[in-house]
Design a protein around this ligand. Structure first.
Ligand SMILES: [Zn+2]
Length: 510
């Protein structure tokens, strides 16, 4: 009997993979991997319809990473699109510490030079693993590696991370795909697949020069590597991060970094810093009054309007994810005691505005009102699996009614007026609804304009969409005195969640 016959099948699999990359000696001798790449990133949950991912950024980067230790130095430049900005920063991560130097935030392009939180470092380290067959090969070669083979798929399990499933190109033995099931709000379990191609020489190794990432089959990331250099020596100084830079996030935040990595990376590459800072509660202890029978739950980045109906409560927006929405829901339920939450309005399908919908729906007896074009998308939110990060709804899958609004819908309020939903034409999304309260003379809208605390400069809105909002209100003949935002606006000093209609008019360029 030959030795090979007695070896476990995973050893055969790993041997095949490692020899295809250049052999165990060469793979083990590699201390650092330096990748120079250009690429683009799309956002699967933005755009005007769920089927049409929006461009997040074009990027170029130089990434030097240790092939074993969790340390990297990344120089990244990107042109972002959600808010046009030029990112240009150097980020260093080492263990749970990290540091950023440069411009990394599309909303504020002043350079920073500051420690970064451990979960941001963790997100990047996981992403760096997902795009590096060399780092994964080193993990597979480690004596303590927890691996198994089923059919032609090798599974690598690491503590705190969803299992990584590896397939090889049958012809060459080179890694063809890495697959992982992640949690992507609001859909729950999604299949993230990393596809490796254009394997070529990188020193004595053979490594992929083309990497794409798909989420449930939709391509969101494409990068072409112009060079990959391997060094047999790592320079400790290059990866050094000051001890004082420790900024530990909560265990929940670090776990989130590991099971929602590519969800977070879309935001990182779009130049958004705060979405990956897991928010857990509104900023005020209870909902604030907007008018008789109308309150607002004010979040760190997103607001929820609560409306008193004759025998129940209606909420507009269920933002972010269940960790946040859970706390927001408590304020929604406390807003009008004795009146249960029965109706939730989603202004549009972008997942930062409706990621907490399942948490609201878990109350039972909920009807969700959304723009007609995205009804199937919203139904999918309630039908999907949530095994990676189980939520309250997955443990309590109560019936939910999703109802589309084709043009408009009016519902009676407790104050004798109406809640009126209008679908309006705009560049942001196809399914956009605005919410008008006839007696309070108030409009709630998201992403079309952020109300400002002082009179804004002419034409200072969010471009065409602000003008489209203003024109829609005028065309509909709505008597509006106040505009309330799903996002707060700022003058650089203070925040505002509501502003006079006259401010919108000025911001819209009228
Ligand atoms: Zn949006």
């Amino acid at each position: 009997m030959s030795t090979e016959d007695t070896l476990p099948r995973y050893t055969e699999f790993v041997d095949r993979l490692v020899s295809a990359l250049g052999g165990a000696a060469a793979v083990s001798a590699a201390a650092t991997e330096t990748t120079v790449a250009d690429g683009w990133r799309h956002h699967p949950g933005w755009g005007t319809l769920p089927s049409e991912p929006e461009s997040s950024a074009e990027f170029s980067y130089t990434l030097r990473q240790d092939t074993v230790a969790p340390r990297y130095r990344l120089a990244l430049k990107a042109k972002t699109h959600l808010v046009p900005a030029q990112l240009d920063y150097v980020e260093t991560g080492n263990g749970s510490r990290g540091h950023v130097d440069g411009v990394d935030f599309m909303f504020d392009t002043r350079p920073v030079n500051t420690p970064i939180a451990s979960w941001r470092v963790a997100t990047r380290q996981r992403h760096n693993d997902l795009i590096s067959p060399l780092r994964i090969a080193r993990k597979l070669l480690a004596p303590e590696a927890d691996v198994s083979v089923d059919d032609a798929v090798l599974t690598l399990r690491e503590v705190g991370r969803p299992p990584l499933r590896i397939t090889l190109d049958p012809a060459t033995g080179l890694p063809a795909t890495f697959a992982v099931t992640e949690e992507h709000s609001p859909l729950g379990d999604v299949l993230v697949e990393v596809w490796f191609g254009d394997y070529r020489e990188a020193g004595v190794l053979t490594l992929p020069h083309h990497v794409t990432i798909t989420i449930d089959g939709v391509t969101v990331h494409d990068e072409v590597r112009s060079s990959i250099e391997i060094s047999d020596r790592a320079d400790d100084g290059e990866f050094a991060v000051a001890e004082s830079a420790v900024q530990d996030g909560s265990a929940g935040q670090v776990a989130y970094a590991h099971y929602s990595t590519e969800w977070i990376m879309t935001y990182v590459l779009a130049g958004v810093r705060f979405y990956f800072d897991l928010q857990v509660a509104p900023v005020t202890p209870e909902a604030v009054d907007l008018a008789e029978g109308v309150k607002l739950v004010i979040g760190p980045s997103h607001n929820t309007m609560v409306v008193e109906m004759p025998d129940h409560t209606l909420a507009v927006e269920a933002p972010l994810y269940d960790e946040y929405t859970h706390a927001a829901l408590a304020q929604v339920k406390a807003a009008f005691p004795g009146k249960p939450l029965r109706t939730v309005v989603g202004t549009h399908f972008h997942y930062d505005h409706i990621g907490g919908l399942r948490e609201f729906a878990a109350e039972g007896g909920i009807t969700v009102l959304v723009g007609e074009p995205t009804v199937p998308f919203f139904e999918r939110i309630f039908d999907g699996q949530h095994t990676v990060d189980p939520d309250r709804f997955s443990g309590n899958p109560v019936p939910v009614t999703v109802r589309g609004v084709a043009d408009s819908l009016a519902l009676p309020m407790a104050d004798g007026g109406n809640v009126e939903l209008y679908r309006i034409t705009n560049d942001h999304t196809e399914d956009m609804l605005i919410v008008y309260l006839s007696k309070a003379k108030l409009v709630f809208e998201s992403d079309l304009w952020n109300p400002t605390p002082v009179e804004p400069a002419p034409n200072s809105g969010r471009g065409r969409v602000t003008t489209q909002l203003y024109e829609a209100i005028v065309k509909l003949g709505l008597d509006v005195e106040t505009v309330v935002g799903g996002h707060n606006g700022t003058d650089g000093k203070t925040l505002a969640h509501a502003a006079p209609f006259s401010y919108l008019k000025i911001a819209a360029g009228y």
